[in-house]
Design a protein. Structure first.
Length: 281
């Protein structure tokens, strides 16, 4: 499959407030402002990117509805990965309603901030089971130490589509490949899991990282998942603490320059279209 479309499979938008975005600390001063569709459109034009998937940054129904409203008004936003209370007793009823939103393509919970064993919880797994009746994917946001827990989780839901965010955040700054690499290969054996090539500069030292430092981690996911289950994303505006929007795309395009045209087409758009069921105009 050859397509000229480039899709940013992972970015955020927000209206900044210190109370709602407490994770944006003093080291991320660049992020302490609003990021709205007009900002996004400028970045897309400069980087030659055609469409995007916007991902929740707050865990509230209000956030999901706000992102959906932006997507309805912004043709460049092809899909929304929102938040819902998956563990709620009435989630099965909620999901029937929210899944009718055409541009809602997935849900995500910030599991990296949860205690050990969260993905083993009965209520959360009951909610994921209810998602099976929808077309929605579930984005797995974890640290590398949570990979074994994530594998148990995925194994309970073999018919659900999963997307691993940010390559499970390996310890790049410490130069550690293992045990992350071995666990990534194990997770990739599950055919219902894809992986996003995003969020890496913030796991390295944002001010001193190099492409050579990231290469072993890219090499690992390419070998583990293959081009058909990898999708390019920026994690913009978070990536701005270590690179520009266009700079991240330049790095990805350089890394994959020697791949076949079909492989690049999948990584830079096709995998996102297939995995999230995007309706492209």
């Amino acid at each position: 499959m050859v397509t000229g479309r480039t899709i940013d499979a992972h970015h955020h938008l927000w209206r900044y407030s210190a109370a709602e975005y407490g994770w944006i600390d003093d080291s991320m001063f660049e992020l302490r402002r609003d990021f709205v569709p007009d900002d996004l459109k400028r970045e897309l034009a400069a980087a030659n990117v055609n469409a995007t998937i916007v991902v929740q940054a707050r865990q509230s129904d209000e956030e999901t509805q706000w992102l959906l409203s932006l997507a309805r008004e912004t043709p460049e936003i092809a899909g929304v990965v929102g938040w819902a209370d998956i563990a709620a007793k009435d989630f099965e009823r909620q999901i029937e309603q929210v899944a009718q939103e055409e541009k809602l393509v997935g849900l995500r919970h910030v599991v990296q901030a949860e205690p050990e064993g969260f993905l083993d919880g009965m209520a959360f797994n009951r909610g994921i089971q209810a998602m099976k009746e929808t077309r929605l994917a579930y984005d797995i946001l974890i640290y590398e130490r949570q990979l074994e827990e994530a594998m148990r989780f995925v194994d309970r839901h073999t018919e659900q589509t999963f997307v691993l965010d940010h390559m499970a955040k390996p310890k790049i700054a410490a130069g550690e490949l293992e045990p992350w690499r071995g666990r990534i290969f194990e997770l990739a054996r599950r055919p219902n899991v894809s992986c996003k090539l995003s969020g890496m500069v913030t796991e390295a030292n944002p001010k001193s990282w190099t492409p050579e430092q990231l290469r072993p981690y890219f090499d690992a996911v390419v070998e583990a998942f293959g081009p058909q289950r990898l999708m390019a994303g920026t994690d913009w505006p978070v990536c701005m603490v270590g690179t520009s929007y266009a700079g991240w795309w330049e790095l990805l395009r350089d890394y994959f320059a020697d791949f076949t045209e079909d492989e690049r087409a999948s990584i830079f758009g096709g995998c996102a279209i297939r995995t999230y069921g995007l309706k492209m105009n």
